[in-house]
Structure formats: structure tokens, C-alpha cells
Design a protein around this ligand. Structure first.
Ligand SMILES: *[C@@H]1O[C@H](CO)[C@@H](O)[C@H](O)[C@H]1NC(C)=O
Ligand SMILES: *[C@@H]1O[C@H](CO)[C@@H](O)[C@H](O)[C@H]1NC(C)=O
Length: 157
């Protein structure tokens, strides 16, 4: 079965200090079309003991999606209410496997993780995302992980 999505978000997490974690989520065989965001994990830039771990995204097709792959840990609307301006949410063991298609923006992969809690164990396994028939870009900050197979845009991990 193929599922068609507009976007799939985990978050916004970490608005409060004590929050349950998110773990063991798998999304497979899905198509995203014309979305603002594809595979998004988002957290507030606030202290929190929350976490995200053991997430698998597999066999996903993107059609003209604005942020096909994005982790954003710097959510702080109007720059207010974010003491320290970093997220306490710990993100680890997130795998992106066989993600193909087109980005509607030049940056197809964004890993904008917390300076105080860098993302760990991000795995890219076979990524082929382009922007207007050209090479797209990837953006990394405070992230560690590994790659295997073809990775387009080039990995910044
Ligand atoms: C998540 O998966 C791990 C490893 O398989 C398991 O030990 C843990 O109990 C699972 N957590 C939940 C909430 O199901
Ligand atoms: C990447 O996707 C494009 C468009 O579907 C395709 O033409 C190209 O062969 C693919 N490249 C690889 C290395 O899979």
C-alpha cells in the first residue's frame, strides 16, 4: 500500500521541561506531494528532558516538497520564551533510507540541531533529492551520523 501525505511532523517537542519521549516510529512506502514539509522533526529551543530516538523513514517519494528532510531544533516564534535559546530534546538514531524525488527549495536536507544536545546517530542510506533538475544542498549544524550508498545532495554529516 502507498500512502500519500502532505507532511509528517514529530513535534513541536520540548515546549515544557518534562515531556514524554518519542521512540520507535517507522514510516514506509509513502508519497509526499506539494508539501511545506516532508519528514520533519521539530523542537522548541527550550530546556526539556524530552527525546526522539529510533525513527525509520523508508521508501519515500517526494514531489515538489519544500523541506523534504528537516530536523529543526531552533523553534522559537518571535524569539520569545526560549531561555538559553537551545533545545534540551535529545535526538538520536534517525534513519532515512531510500528517499527520492524533488525539493521545491534549494535546501533538500536540513539538520539544524541543538548546540547543547547535538543530534546523534543520523543515518542516510540512499538519498536522491534534486531541485529544479539541479543539485540541491544540504545544511548541517550540531549533527553526527553516517551515510551509505548514493547521497544527493552531498551529505554534510
Ligand atoms: C522501543 O524499541 C526498543 C528496542 O526494540 C524496546 O526495547 C523498547 O521497549 C521500545 N519502546 C516502546 C515504548 O515500545
Ligand atoms: C536520481 O533520480 C533521478 C531522477 O529520478 C534519476 O534520473 C537518477 O538516475 C537518480 N540517480 C541515482 C544515482 O539514483
Amino acid at each position: 500500500m502507498i500512502l500519500l501525505f502532505l507532511s509528517v511532523s514529530i513535534g513541536s517537542l520540548g515546549k515544557v521541561l518534562n515531556e514524554a519521549g518519542v521512540q520507535n516510529v517507522t514510516l514506509t512506502n509513502s508519497v509526499f506531494s506539494g508539501s511545506d514539509n516532508g519528514l520533519r522533526i521539530k523542537s522548541w529551543a527550550r530546556p526539556s528532558n524530552g527525546f526522539v530516538t529510533n525513527i525509520l523513514y523508508q521508501n519515500i517519494v517526494m514531489k515538489n516538497v519544500e523541506n523534504p528532510i528537516i530536523i529543526d531544533q531552533n523553534y522559537c516564534p518571535n524569539n520569545q520564551g526560549c531561555p538559553g535559546q537551545t533545545s534540551g530534546v535529545k535526538i538520536s538514531q534517525v534513519t532515512y533510507r531510500n528517499i527520492q524525488g524533488t525539493s521545491a527549495t534549494p535546501t533538500a536536507m536540513t539538520f539544524d540541531c541543538s548546540p547543547s544536545n547535538p543530534c546523534r546517530g543520523i543515518r542516510l542510506e540512499g538519498i536522491n533529492l534534486s531541485y529544479m533538475n539541479r543539485q540541491a544542498q544540504s545544511l548541517c549544524s550540531n549533527v553526527g551520523g553516517t551515510t551509505s550508498g548514493v547521497i544527493m545532495p552531498n551529505s554534510c554529516l
